[in-house]
Design a protein. Structure first.
Length: 257
């Protein structure tokens, strides 16, 4: 049986040593299962020149590690001309996927979701039934999750609001680790517009509207550093953007944009 090709985008913006560490772990933990062939695309989202050079070096070092171990997996580097946002970086990377790719996904570059978790979930893709497998930061099924109380409460508030607006039936829409069946994702790619943190919701809402099946997978996650959100102000901005996204998605086809 031929190997299942998957493409995973790793959006990176001034990630420093965290990207190098994560990529080396990713290469070291790579599965030797002949049923899987993974391509990782690191998309530099307009990092500063010095950081961009470090990130490109990290990709080159990981590529060398994969070659030396005769791994079937590969990694490549793409740089955006300017900082556009995580969502835009992911969409740029998906546009680089080979035509034969059967699964397309993304994972954050900071290593909060360990590389071994990437391979654990990826190894289930050849036999996966749903059209989307979404990482979920929940302490169950033997998984380990560590988050600050602030980020946990912030995330639960955000997730509850998302569920009220979009009815996705998911616990953790914003986990930075997801896979989508390419045959389900590709038809909606031209409609995607979100450049930043709401791409997850936009993709999931479009997939569900198209009849795709969504499933969560509990994962290990150990978040790094503090939150970049400003208490009080940023949640209000998020709520406004969610309402705008819902209004846009509810417009009939051919309606005004």
């Amino acid at each position: 049986m031929p190997a299942v090709p998957i493409t995973t985008v790793i959006p990176a913006y001034n990630e420093g040593d965290r990207l190098f560490t994560f990529l080396q772990d990713w290469a070291a933990a790579a599965t030797t299962d002949p049923g899987l062939r993974a391509t990782a695309i690191v998309v530099d989202d307009g990092s500063r020149d010095r950081e961009a050079a470090r990130q490109q070096d990290a990709v080159a070092a990981t590529s060398s590690t994969l070659r030396q171990s005769n791994s079937p997996h590969r990694i490549m580097y793409v740089r955006s001309d300017r900082n556009r946002g995580k969502g835009a970086a992911i969409r740029l990377g998906w546009g680089q996927a080979d035509e034969d790719t059967m699964w397309m996904g993304f994972i954050d570059a900071d290593g909060a979701v360990p590389a071994r978790e990437y391979w654990r979930v990826a190894s289930t893709l050849p036999a996966a039934v749903p059209d989307a497998l979404c990482g979920s930061r929940v302490n169950m099924a033997g998984r380990s999750v560590s988050r600050s109380l602030f980020r946990h409460l912030q995330g639960r508030t955000f997730a509850t609001f998302i569920e009220q607006l979009f009815h996705l039936g998911l616990y953790d829409t914003q986990c930075g680790f997801k896979f989508f069946r390419a045959s389900a994702l590709r038809p909606i790619l031209p409609a995607l517009q979100e450049d930043r943190w709401l791409l997850d919701v936009e993709v999931l809402a479009n997939l569900k509207a198209a009849g795709a099946t969504l499933q969560e997978v509990p994962i290990d996650c150990h978040e790094r550093g503090g939150s970049s959100l400003v208490f009080g102000l940023d949640p209000i901005k998020m709520a406004i953007r969610l309402l705008r996204l819902r209004r846009r998605l509810m417009r009939p086809a051919g309606g005004r944009t």
